[in-house]
Design a protein around this ligand. Structure first.
Ligand code: CMC
Length: 423
């Protein structure tokens, strides 16, 4: 058996044999045979966007690996900053590399003071933190004009460090602004995640002492959210990056995509849904409504996973550790009942709809005291590492500007009518 396909153009009888390589066939070969005929693939259901060596995802097997390392091992044994290094550099760091990387990130956690004094002050008091974050990441571009030199690897690396370091500071600042609380400067004596918690919650104490269990749980969640191959946000990062816009602008576009309720915004919607259901007794009625097309079961389903999302399993285990400290989130019972009802219901089973990463994460965030508006921001903070890794890989591969084709189905040529002649 040959690992190839043969496509014949029945209009001419011409054929082309295309090898199947790494699970794909080259559209370039088809283009040679079929000039002017485009592949109609709305929502990229069957398109491989890139060759990538960042993240492996087997949706049927429920497998996720960063740079070859199983997500379960990384969640158990690594830290977010080490995982960010792994994503960006392709290999786990040795002790010296990790020390330098951590130090570099730590040295860049501060934001220009204009962010606090001028930029954030411009928002309405109840601005959604995700909207503030999207604009804040884009605004970072104006502080680092050198970032436009995207082909220089050293300049790129500086922006990668800056963005991983500054986004938590920006995220916490968005929260403090909406809570009417003074801005907390980074405490560079704390770890990455502890420092974020300090910037979120510090009040008048000389030094904020984060609960180690909660800091660790958040670090695990950061690991789980750090990358997820070619999702909608990463596509936005790559698309804007392919025009050689600077990485802040591109990451802002990625964060904008992430904010949608079908994507990272789902974690916020899950909490709203659980609150609306209100009681375990209402679960069956809610499931019936979903099956009748009255809304979606948020936190369920995935374009690629047709099996339990491996991240959701780890989130569920992490929830137990968090609830030991914070007390059990009363919405957990509703979530467990929903999961049980859906996983035994023909509608969900036949469509292979399983809980995704967003189903349980919001319960943890809520138990830790985060307002719902911050949930997607908490997804974005670690995903910055994944976006930047894909952006860097794309530029290293010297990718062309992204420019798909369309199948035009609009009006034929027609002449402009003056206003008085139109019906
Ligand atoms: N509740 C009820 N029905 C669903 C759901 C759901 N959550 N998800 C999919 N379906 C149904 C859908 O109606 C369709 O049914 P039918 O074949 O009868 O038309 C079928 O399942 C296939 O769904 P689809 O919409 O074609 O699948 P998709 O791959 O285009 O969409 C999705 C994937 C994630 C957008 C969708 O499952 C969804 O909207 N889920 C809820 C939002 C959510 O939890 N998003 C977070 C995704 S994971 C975090 C991330 O990485 O972004």
């Amino acid at each position: 058996m040959t690992d190839s396909i043969t496509v014949t153009d029945n209009r001419t009888g011409e054929a082309v044999e295309i090898p199947i390589v790494d699970g794909g066939i080259s559209a370039g070969e088809l283009r040679k045979l079929l000039p002017g005929v485009w592949f109609y693939d709305p929502a990229f259901m069957t398109t491989a966007l890139a060759s990538s060596s960042v993240t492996y995802l087997d949706g049927d097997g429920g497998i996720l690996r960063y740079r070859g390392y199983p997500i379960e091992q990384l969640a158990e044994r690594s830290s977010y900053l080490e995982v960010a290094y792994l994503l960006v550099h392709g290999e786990l760091p040795n002790a010296e590399q990790l020390r330098t990387w951590t130090e570099d990130i730590r040295m860049h956690t501060y934001l220009h003071d204009n962010f606090r004094k001028r930029f954030l002050d411009g928002f309405h008091y109840d601005a959604h933190p995700m909207g503030m974050l999207v604009s804040g990441i884009a605004a970072l571009s104006t502080f680092y004009p050198e970032a436009k030199d995207v082909v220089d690897p050293q300049v790129r690396h500086r922006q990668i460090i800056r963005m991983i370091a500054k986004v938590p500071t920006l995220a916490a600042a968005c929260h403090r602004y909406s809570a009417g609380m003074p801005f907390v400067y980074p405490d560079n004596g704390l770890s990455f995640t502890e420092n974020f918690l300090s910037m979120m919650w510090k009040v008048a104490e000389p030094r904020y002492e984060p609960d180690p269990v909660l800091a660790h749980a958040l670090d695990v969640l950061f690991i789980l959210h750090a990358d997820h191959e070619q999702n909608c946000g990463t596509l936005a990062m790559r698309t804007v990056g392919s025009a050689h816009a600077d990485p802040y602008i591109a990451a802002s576009a990625a964060a904008a995509a992430l904010s949608g309720p079908r994507h990272g915004g789902a974690n916020e919607q899950v909490l709203r849904m659980l609150s609306q259901i209100g009681h375990v007794d209402n679960v069956d009625a809610f499931i019936s409504d979903v099956k009748a097309g009255k809304g979606k079961l948020m936190g369920f389903g995935h374009r690629v996973y047709k099996n339990y999302d491996p991240r959701a399993k780890i989130v569920k285990q992490t929830a137990d550790a968090v609830f030991e400290v914070t007390g059990r989130n009363p919405l957990l019972d509703i979530a467990l009942k929903l999961e049980e009802a859906a996983l035994s219901d023909e509608y969900f089973v036949s469509r292979k709809l399983y809980p995704n990463v967003d189903f349980y994460s919001g319960l943890i965030y809520q138990a830790m005291g985060f307002p719902t508006g911050m949930f997607t921001v908490l997804f974005a903070i670690p995903r910055v590492a994944g976006w930047l890794t894909h952006w860097q890989e794309m530029i290293d591969q010297d990718s062309k500007i992204y420019r798909p084709r369309q199948l035009y189905v609009g009006a034929d040529r027609r002449d402009y009518l003056p206003l008085e002649q139109r019906k």
